[in-house]
Design a protein around this ligand. Structure first.
Ligand SMILES: [Zn+2]
Length: 461
C-alpha cells in the first residue's frame, strides 16, 4: 500500500516547494492519499509555504540576548525559555502531542497506527554568542513544517513520528555540548559532570535547570535516558556550516559519518626568570615547550595518512605574559577529530608522547595531560542514508554523500538508534556568526527531503 503512495507523496512534496502561482495552474487536479481521501492541489498551496517557515525562523530569532541580525540564546536563560515556549506552541499547532523530560528536551509526537519504535527527527535552538538564526533552528522548525506537510497530504504514519528539540547542543553555559542528546543516550559521565557543573556566575546546573522549570525536586537526570528500543531511526536536518554544497551547486548533502573530537588540556611548568639575566643554556621555557607541542600536533595529524584527520591547538596561554619574562607556565587546549576512532586515538597518543619528550628535552615539567573528552565518531545508519538518498532522488534534487566534520546531537543519537543527517547549503559556509544564511529555497528543499524520508521510515518494517 505504501509503495503505491510514495509516488503521490513525491508529487505533493514537489508542489509544496512550488509557488502558489504555479499551483493555481492545476486547480482541478487531486491526489489519492494513504487514507484514501483526495486532496486538491490548490488546498496545498495555502497549506505549506516557505513564507510560514520564514516567519517562524524570524520570530524565533527575536528571542536573543544580542541585537539582530545576531542571535544569542544561552541555556535556561529568559530568551531560551521564551524560545522553548515558541517551539512547544508550534508543535501543538502542528497537532503534535508535546512532552518534556527532566533536562528540558522537548518532544512533539504524531501518533502512528502501530505501537512500535518511533522515528525521530530534530535538532537544537540554542545559539552561541553572536551566532545566526539557522544553525539548529532549521532542523527543529523545519521538522515541524515537514510534519505539517505530511498531514496536509493526508499521510498516515505507521510508526509514530517525533520531533525533538534537544537541550543545549552548544557548550556555552556549562562548557559541555549536546547535553540533551548525551543524557538521552545515557552517556556514562554526563550525569556526574552536570551534577557538579557551575557556570561563570557560579550558578549550578541544577539551580539553572530549576529556574527554567526542569529537574524538579525528586526528578533524576538519569530519567532522561531512553532505551535502544525507543527509536527505529533518527534523522536531523541541518545547515552544512561549510561551503561544499554551495560551491558544487548541490541541494542536499546526505551524511554518512560524523567526526568526533577528542579534547586535550596540557600544562607545562618551567622556572621562568628575567629575559636578560638568564642565559639560554640555563632556561627551561614553558612557552617554547607549548609552541613545540602545537607544531607536533600538526605533524602527527598530517602523518595520519588521511585527509579526515584534523587537529587544532585553539588555546595557548603563557604566564606571566610579559615581554621581559621567560614564560614560567603554559596552558594548551587541543582538539583532534577524525571519522576513524582508532586513527584519531593514535594521534592523541602520539601527542601525549611528544609532550613527554618535549618535557624531558627542555627540562620543563609536564604538569598535566588531560583527555577532557574522547567521544567515538559515528557511522550513519544504512537505512537512514538509503531513505534520505532515495527521497532526494525522487524529489529530483541533486545530492551527495558527505561527512559531517562538526558534531551534532546526531552523534549521540547514533548510540541508541540508526541515525543520519540531511545537510542543506549555507552561504559561503558561514555559521556561528550573524551573517549565517540559507535561502528559503534551500530550506524548503531540505524540509521536503526530510518529510519524504520520515514518511519512508515511518512505513519501514
Ligand atoms: Zn547546530
Amino acid at each position: 500500500m505504501w509503495a503505491l503512495n510514495a509516488f503521490v507523496l513525491v508529487a505533493v512534496l514537489q508542489l509544496l516547494g512550488a509557488t502558489a502561482g504555479t499551483l493555481e495552474a492545476y486547480p482541478s487536479n487531486h491526489l489519492e492519499t494513504s487514507s484514501g481521501a483526495s486532496c486538491e492541489f490548490a488546498q496545498l498551496a495555502g497549506a505549506v509555504d516557505a513564507d510560514g517557515l520564514r516567519t517562524q525562523i524570524d520570530e524565533l530569532a527575536t528571542f536573543s540576548d544580542t541585537p539582530a541580525p545576531s542571535v544569542t540564546r544561552i541555556l535556561y536563560t529568559e530568551n531560551d525559555i521564551s524560545a522553548r515556549t515558541y517551539i512547544k506552541d508550534s508543535m501543538k499547532s502542528a497537532g503534535l502531542t508535546v512532552r518534556e523530560d527532566a533536562i528540558g528536551n522537548i518532544f512533539g509526537r504524531w501518533q502512528g497506527t502501530e505501537e512500535t519504535s518511533v522515528v525521530g527527527t530534530g535538532s537544537h535552538v540554542d545559539a552561541i554568542p553572536y551566532a545566526g538564526k539557522y544553525d539548529g533552528v532549521v532542523g527543529v522548525l523545519g521538522a515541524i513544517e515537514a510534519i505539517r506537510a505530511l498531514r496536509k497530504v493526508g499521510f498516515t504514519p505507521r510508526r509514530s513520528l517525533e520531533v525533538i528539540m534537544f537541550t543545549s547542543e552548544e557548550p556555552t553555559r556549562f562548557g559541555f555540548g549536546c547535553l540533551g542528546s548525551r543524557a538521552m543516550a545515557g552517556s556514562r559521565n554526563i550525569y556526574e559532570i552536570l551534577e557538579g557543573a557551575m557556570d561563570k556566575d557560579n550558578i549550578s546546573f541544577t539551580e539553572a535547570a530549576r529556574t527554567a522549570g526542569y529537574l524538579k525536586e525528586g526528578e533524576d537526570l538519569k530519567s532522561v535516558a531512553v532505551t535502544n528500543e525507543t527509536y527505529s531511526g533518527f534523522v536531523e536536518l541541518h545547515i552544512e556550516q561549510g561551503p561544499t554544497l554551495e560551491n558544487e551547486g548541490i541541494a542536499i548533502g546526505i551524511i554518512t559519518a560524523i567526526a568526533a573530537p577528542a579534547s586535550l588540556k596540557v600544562d607545562f611548568k618551567g622556572d621562568g626568570g628575567h629575559a636578560g639575566a638568564v642565559l639560554m643554556p640555563f632556561r627551561n621555557d614553558a612557552g617554547l615547550a607549548a609552541a613545540e607541542l602545537a607544531v607536533a600536533v600538526e605533524q602527527h595529524v598530517l602523518a595520519s595518512g588521511s585527509i579526515d584527520t584534523v587537529g587544532t591547538t585553539g588555546v595557548m596561554q603563557i604566564h606571566p605574559g610579559a615581554v621581559n619574562s621567560i614564560p614560567r607556565e603554559a596552558h594548551l587546549e587541543i582538539d583532534v577529530r577524525d571519522i576513524d576512532e582508532d586513527r584519531r586515538d593514535m594521534v592523541v597518543e602520539k601527542i601525549h608522547q611528544s609532550a613527554k619528550d618535549i618535557s624531558n628535552r627542555r627540562n620543563v615539567e609536564l604538569q598535566s595531560f588531560d583527555v577532557v573528552n574522547q567521544d567515538p565518531p559515528a557511522q550513519s545508519g544504512a537505512t537512514i542514508v538509503e531513505a534520505a538518498t532515495s527521497a532526494s532522488d525522487e524529489l529530483g534534487f541533486k545530492s551527495k554523500h558527505m561527512i559531517s566534520r562538526a558534531y551534532h546531537d546526531s552523534l549521540f543519537m547514533s548510540r541508541i538508534t540508526p541515525t543520519g543527517m540531511i545537510f542543506i547549503p549555507c552561504h559561503k559556509g558561514y555559521s556561528h556568526r550573524p551573517d549565517e544564511y540559507s535561502s528559503m529555497e534551500d530550506i524548503v528543499r531540505g524540509v521536503q527531503v526530510l518529510a519524504l524520508t520520515l514518511a519512508k521510515l515511518s512505513h519501514k518494517s
